[in-house]
Design a protein around this ligand. Structure first.
Ligand SMILES: Nc1ncnc2c1ncn2[C@@H]1O[C@H](COP(=O)(O)OP(=O)(O)OP(=O)(O)O)[C@@H](O)[C@H]1O
Ligand SMILES: [Mg+2]
Length: 367
C-alpha cells in the first residue's frame, strides 16, 4: 500500500512553488512525481515588497497576499495530482512550508513568518494540510531554522562516510552527517546562497538570476571587496544560527563597501566567491572530517559557483542526484517528510541544529 504525501516549498529566492509527491511506504522515501509552478512577475514583486525590512505593508494587503498564496499552493498541489494521475483521496497529507515574509530569530520576541493560508490549501485540495513548521521550534528557544537537516539525515547519511549536504537556495545551509550514527547531526545557515547574486543582477540587468553564472564569469573576483564582506559578524558567529534575505540584501552590500568603486560584473564575481567560500569555510571549520559534500538547491545550476566550491574543498563534491534525489527536488520532499513526521506525532527538529531546548513536534494540522 503506498503512503502518499505532498510537500510544497517556496523558498527565499521567490522563484515559484516546488511541489513533490512522495511515497513513504515500507520505510522508504520515494519521489513519485514533481511539479514546479513559477510565480508571475507581479506576485513575485508583491512578495518581495512585503518582505522588505522597512516596508509597512497594510494589513489588508498582507491578508490578501496570504489568501492569494494559499490559493497558489492549492493550485500547485492540484496540478501535481493531475500530472501524476493520482486522486486527492489517496494522499494522507500535504506539508506546506509557505512563503517566508520575515525571519527574525534573534529578536527579543523572535518570530518567523510564513504565509499562504493552509485553510485554503486544505479546502481547495480536500487534503489534510500541515503548516507553520517553524514557530514551535522557536517557542522551544530554537532558531526555527534550518529544518531540512533532519530530512537530509534520513536520506543522505551513510555509515561508512562522513558527509555534508549543502542546500544552495536564496540562503545556503549545511547539514553535517557523521558516519558514526550515534554522533549528532548538526547544521546551520552559512549565509547567502543565491540571494545577493540574484538581487545584484536584477538591479543591473532586470533578470531574476545569473544563468549558469555567465555574467559573474565575465568579471574578476575582487579580494578586497570579498574581505570587506566576509568581515560581517554573521560569518564569525558560532552556530546555531539562521538568517534570511531581510539581512543579506542590497542595503547590506551598500553598507559594507563603496560599490561605485567596482565594476558591476566584478561585484557579481565577488558575490559568487563570497557564497562559495563562506560555505567552504563552514565545512572546514565545523565538519573537517567530511569525505564527500553533496549539493542541492538551485545554486547547483550556477557552474561558476560550483567550480569555486570544488576548487576550495579537498574532497569530492557531487550533486544529490548521485544519491538518487534530483537537487531541485530535495527541499520540497523535506516538507512532505516533515508532514509525515507531524502526522505520526514525531519531532521534526534537531535540537543540535536549531538550538531548541528539546525535540518538538512541528506544524499545525488543518484537516
Ligand atoms: N541555471 C541557473 N543558473 C544559475 N542560477 C540558477 C539556475 N537555476 C536556478 N538558479 C538559482 O537558484 C535559485 C532558486 O533555487 P531554489 O529554488 O533552490 O531556492 P529557494 O527557492 O530559495 O529555496 P530554499 O530557500 O528552500 O532553499 C534561483 O533564484 C537562482 O538563483
Ligand atoms: Mg525555489
Amino acid at each position: 500500500m503506498p503512503e502518499f504525501y505532498i510537500g510544497l516549498m517556496s523558498g527565499t529566492s521567490v522563484d515559484g512553488i516546488d511541489a513533490s509527491l512522495v511515497d513513504f511506504s515500507d520505510g522508504k522515501v520515494r519521489l513519485v512525481d514533481f511539479f514546479y509552478q513559477p510565480f508571475t512577475a507581479d506576485l513575485k514583486a508583491a512578495i518581495e515588497h512585503a518582505s522588505k525590512p522597512d516596508t509597512l505593508i497594510a494589513l489588508q494587503n498582507y491578508g490578501t497576499l496570504d489568501a492569494q498564496l494559499g490559493q497558489q499552493f492549492a493550485d500547485a498541489a492540484n496540478a501535481l495530482l493531475t500530472k501524476a494521475k493520482i486522486p486527492a483521496s489517496s494522499i494522507t497529507a500535504i506539508g506546506s512550508h509557505g512563503q517566508t515574509i520575515y525571519h527574525s530569530p534573534d529578536n527579543k520576541f523572535p518570530f518567523s513568518l510564513q504565509i499562504g493560508d493552509p485553510n485554503l490549501i486544505a479546502e481547495k485540495t480536500g487534503i489534510t494540510t500541515v503548516a507553520d513548521f517553524r514557530r514551535r521550534d522557536m517557542a522551544a528557544n530554537g532558531q526555527g531554522a534550518p529544518l531540512v537537516p533532519a530530512f537530509h539525515q534520513a536520506v543522505f547519511s551513510h555509515p561508512d562516510e562522513d558527509r555534508c549536504v549543502v542546500n544552495i537556495g536564496g540562503i545556503a545551509n549545511i547539514t553535517v552527517l557523521p558516519a558514526n550514527q550515534s554522533a549528532a547531526t548538526t547544521g546551520f545557515d552559512t549565509g547567502p546562497g543565491n540571494t545577493l547574486m540574484d538581487q545584484w543582477i536584477h538591479k543591473h540587468q532586470g533578470v531574476n538570476y545569473d544563468s549558469n553564472g555567465i555574467w559573474a564569469k565575465t568579471g574578476q573576483i575582487n579580494d578586497k571587496l570579498v574581505a570587506l564582506l566576509k568581515h560581517d559578524t554573521y560569518f564569525h558567529t558560532a552556530p546555531p544560527k539562521s538568517t534570511g534575505k531581510e539581512y543579506f540584501s542590497i542595503p547590506w552590500l551598500e553598507q559594507k563597501a563603496s560599490l561605485s568603486e567596482y565594476y558591476p560584473e566584478d561585484i557579481q564575481a565577488s558575490l559568487c566567491h563570497l557564497t562559495a567560500t563562506t560555505i567552504c569555510d563552514a565545512i572546514k571549520k565545523y565538519a573537517p572530517a567530511t569525505e564527500r559534500t553533496l549539493i542541492c538547491g538551485g545554486g547547483i545550476h550556477n557552474d561558476f559557483l560550483l567550480q569555486l566550491i570544488k576548487q576550495n574543498l579537498q574532497h569530492p563534491v557531487a550533486s544529490t542526484e548521485t544519491q538518487g534525489i534530483h537537487p531541485d527536488h530535495v527541499e520540497a520532499m523535506a516538507f512532505a517528510w516533515l508532514a509525515w513526521q507531524r502526522i505520526n506525532n514525531l519531532p521534526g527538529n534537531l535540537k543540535e541544529v536549531t538550538g531548541a531546548s528539546r525535540p518538538v513536534i512541528l506544524g499545525g494540522i488543518y484537516s
